[in-house]
Design a protein around this ligand. Structure first.
Ligand SMILES: Cc1ncc(C[n+]2csc(CCOP(=O)(O)OP(=O)(O)O)c2C)c(N)n1
Length: 559
């Protein structure tokens, strides 16, 4: 067998995993890999910060469903990846991060640009590897992709010492991966499924809460079928947004701290809650002690560790959501479902009660109107990413999503600066649909230098900044809970139009909805990235809101 280097083995193994794009920044400890990349067909996207490289790979993964890949050098390169890896971990997004490491003999000696990235990332990866021989690389890459994409998806890191990258050996490429102690294919326990079927059959007021797990397992059509079969309305978590079409009569939008009033109201009234692929996060349940105390809860999750981590449940189904839903549907079909006339009427009445008033009169740039305009202008399959803060919650509340994998947001870690690089990654993965980052001014400034990457790599994403010249969500909390004592929230922003132009992108500042529509329609046909600066009032709150520590019944801002 011909001898090849560890770096060559890495790229060949990535090619065999059908990797077409890598996001990264080179440096001393990963130079042998970058040298191999020089001759490779794999597209490399040069980032300006490793955090953005990880977010781009994450955005690529969330839009395509395939693991995203990022590269960084040792030391500061690797440590800059950490926020991006943690973001992917918290949101169960499949990512494979490859870092260079100092040569084996220099590990543990405080060598130049050495950091213990294995130790640092242990709590924020599903697994990490440090090959000590070049011949281990193909098996490790195969295992990394398998672990990242199966079961509950998540990030995996491979840290390769520099001399392992250059070492030559006759290296074999396995076709299969077997990992002792890791078996993501969990057979359903039929006794639990039967109990779930019985509870759903007997329920008078069922509600489905759909989370990110529905997306990971591609259980969209099963969710649709079950919801209609049961006449159960569907509320989603932030991560689940997109799992159920939000123009469906049974859609309630998002539930929780900034949930829609109809989602929070009907969740409280439910007698049986079917929670699918959710982790009962505090942002979803409010005070968990008060969360639906009188309803029966069925929880489907692939990760056993999620069961009763946050909330006691009546029935736990551990396994793949798609398979579990299919089996439940079959079970229900065999016994038949009684029509729930009263519940249907109640759902309609609640939805009618909270129906938004027509806001189109004034053409003022209020966030809800901006987001509705965006929805009107974009095709159904356009992808939205968000930053973190008010912009994110306004987008979750007012931008209706109709297709799976078209709403991408940092839910678990809540990472400002995520949305723009994630938009670039998503656009690279799905180039034929428009991709818009709904941004806050503060968040955009955290990773705005990715404009360089977007321009250089010809990735025409659109950034729409809801510009309140504030760290808006922090200001909202200070307004509501700290007696308007605004501490460290005012921003002095750059001129975003000039900023965009100086990077070679294009920019608009808009004064009303007409100008917004014009800017959007020009940006949509443009081949260069666009930044649209939308000034909004700094006093605007995201409402409704469940105050921190309170139950869903104590929602503020609803009439
Ligand atoms: C990296 C990071 N630092 C700090 C925070 C805390 N934080 C949450 S929301 C927010 C304000 C966000 O401001 P902006 O991006 O302007 O969005 P807005 O709320 O105004 O829409 C801050 C500072 C965070 N989520 N992430």
């Amino acid at each position: 067998m011909e001898e090849i280097s560890g770096a060559e083995a890495l790229l060949e193994a990535l090619r065999r995993e059908k990797v077409d794009t890598i996001f990264g920044i080179p440096g001393g400890a990963i130079l042998p890999v970058y040298d191999e990349l020089y001759d490779s067909d794999i597209r490399h996207i040069l980032c300006r910060h490793e955090q953005s490289a990880a977010h781009m790979a994450d955005g690529y993964a969330r839009a395509s469903g395939k693991p995203g890949v990022c590269f960084a050098t040792s030391g500061p390169g690797a440590s800059n990846l950490v926020t991006g890896i943690a973001t992917a971990y918290m949101d169960s997004s499949p990512l494979v991060a490859v870092t260079g490491q100092v040569p084996k003999a220099m590990i543990g000696k405080d060598s130049f640009q050495e950091i213990d990235i294995i130790g640092i990332t242990t709590p924020i990866t599903k697994h990490n590897f440090q090959p000590m021989r070049a011949a281990e690389i193909p098996r490790i890459v195969k295992a990394a992709f398998y672990i990242a994409a199966t079961g509950r998806p998540g990030p995996v890191l491979i840290d390769i010492p520099k001399d392992v990258q250059t070492e030559k050996d006759s290296i074999a490429f396995p076709n299969e991966v077997k990992l002792r102690g890791y078996n993501p294919h969990i057979p359903l326990r039929m006794d639990e499924v039967k109990r779930a079927v019985r509870l759903l059959y007997e329920s008078k007021k069922p509600v489905i809460l759909a989370g990110g797990g529905v997306k990971s397992s591609n259980a969209f059509s099963e969710l649709h079928e079950l919801s209609e079969m049961l006449q159960a309305p569907v509320a989603t978590t932030l991560m689940g947004k997109g799992a159920f079409p939000e123009n469906h009569p049974l859609s309630l939008g998002i539930v929780g701290m900034h949930g829609t009033p109809e989602a929070n109201r009907l969740t409280i009234e439910a007698d049986v809650i079917l929670a699918i692929g959710i982790r009962f996060s505090d942002r979803t349940t409010g005070n968990v002690e008060e969360f639906c105390v009188d309803s029966k809860i069925i929880h489907i999750d692939i990760d056993e560790a999620e069961i009763e981590k946050n909330r006691y449940v009546d029935v736990a189904i551990i396994g793949d959501a798609k398979e579990a839903l299919k089996t439940i549907i079959e079970g229900l079909r065999s016994i038949g479902i009684a029509e729930k006339k009263e519940w249907r009427e109640r759902i309609l009445a609640i939805k009618e009660h909270y129906k938004e008033r027509n806001m189109d009169e004034h053409f003022k740039l209020t966030p809800p109107l901006v987001l509705k305009t965006l929805r009107r202008v974009l095709p159904e399959d356009a992808i939205i990413t968000t930053e973190v803060g008010q912009n994110q919650m306004w987008a979750a509340l007012h931008f209706k999503v109709f297709k799976p994998r078209t709403f991408i947001s940092s839910g678990g870690l809540g990472t400002m600066g995520f949305g723009f690089p994630a938009a670039i990654g998503a656009k690279v993965a799905v180039p034929d649909v428009p991709v818009v980052d709904v941004a806050g001014d503060g968040s955009f400034c955290m990773t705005e230098n990715s404009l360089s990457t977007a321009v250089a790599e010809k990735v025409p994403v659109i950034v729409l900044i809801l510009n309140n010249e504030r760290l808006g969500m922090v200001a909202q909390w200070q307004r509501l809970f700290y007696g308007r004592r605004y501490s460290a929230v005012e921003l002095r922003n750059p001129d975003f139009v000039k900023l965009a132009e100086s990077y070679g992108a294009q920019g608009w500042r808009v004064a009303d909805i007409n100008e917004l529509e014009n800017a959007l329609s020009q940006a949509l046909v443009s081949e260069i990235p666009s930044v649209i600066d939308v000034p909004i009032s700094p006093e605007e709150d995201v409402m409704p809101m469940v105050p921190p520590g309170k139950g869903l019944a104590e929602t503020m801002g609803v009439t």
